[in-house]
Design a protein around this ligand. Sequence first.
Ligand code: FAD
Length: 391
Amino acid sequence: MSGNSNEFNALLAAVKAIATNVAAPAAPDVDARARFPQETIDALRQARVLSAAVPKELGGAGCGMRELALLCVALAQACGSSAMVLAMHFIQVACLARHGRDSTFFRGYLQDLVRNQYLLASMTSENGTFGETRTSICAVERANGRFTLAKDATTGSYCSYAEGILVTARRASDAPGSDQVLVLVRKDDCRLTQTTTWDTLGMRGTVSPGFKLESSGAEEQILPGSFADSSAQTMVPYSHILWSALWWGICADAVARAAECVRAGARKNPGSVPPTALRLAEVSTQLQSMRHNWHSLAAEFDAITTRPAGLEELLAIGWALKMNNLKVSASEAAPQIVHKALQIAGIVAYKNDTKFSLGRHYRDVLSASLMISNERIAAKSASMLLVLKDT
Ligand SMILES: Cc1cc2nc3c(=O)[nH]c(=O)nc-3n(C[C@H](O)[C@H](O)[C@H](O)COP(=O)(O)OP(=O)(O)OC[C@H]3O[C@@H](n4cnc5c(N)ncnc54)[C@H](O)[C@@H]3O)c2cc1C
């Protein structure tokens, strides 16, 4: 879908309408009760947004990275948790669409997803791997064309509400921790036992407690290839670009609320520029830089994927560093921007019950640096920089 096609514009307009009419009014309750934003996800299903990342030949909208990012941004301006659910779902769909395209099973599954607007969740975290997504302890066991898989996940966003979960595991019980595969576990293939709670500072509507998963299914539900490739070529770029975009959306709404306060102040004293307008000018430059970063990398990803050697390019160290830099810089900028918006708006934003409230925005963006720890990412970048050959 080209960025400005009528079809994409209609999809974006539908998400903007859902953001305004459904997600924004529900957001305070979703946040207060740490509950799943069911009404927003239902509305997205109704508007066929959940198949936006499925290629056109399989019945989806065939959206590229930039387009998916714009859909996440539109929702994030109303409810950060809903946007995170949508982004995480798009990431899983992209893994299936890009790495299961030669599998009859996965092509059929994606067509079912388009028809039924399934929601997909992710289980990469595991007790004992300490946030390192590229290592698994659990392993897939195969026999007679079937698999069994048990996993003890520390965090599983909206797993109780999803029709399918993409689970990382070792390829076999004798494989090393880094030899991983991705397995599609459907609702009917598994038993989920909740092991922890989800009473967090922010992103409360993602409903992400720990779970023990016990599952079995057909061997064809194991995504072809290795997770090493699907992680580098799809999961990491989709995660870091879509997350950065939605964190930006939360910041944009925070700055818009601050700007409304400043303009209201200016209207009271016609002819004078309130001192907070200067701070608003400052924060708007930061907001613009943050947007430019994710937007240009989304466009670069879309360009790379049109080239014959695109998959190879995504395995290069230079690209991995760009993704790490984007994630770290966006997750550091987001709380700073919301903090500045709070200073500009003042007490009306500090209060939880005004139209300028920024508590939820602030708490939501604090998750950004923890969601794949920035320290862990920085350590990986440091190793890569030691061997990077400047071009
Ligand atoms: C809102 C939200 C939703 C999530 N949803 C999901 C989901 O759906 N599915 C899923 O599987 N997971 C999910 N996660 C979990 C996420 O993917 C990570 O696994 C998790 O946030 C990492 O947890 P941790 O802080 O214990 O990890 P760690 O990476 O182990 O970090 C622990 C501590 O060690 C420090 N540290 C780590 N590495 C280094 C290093 N190299 N050098 C120095 N210090 C280091 C960190 O700074 C941190 O203080 C979610 C997380 C959040 C916040």
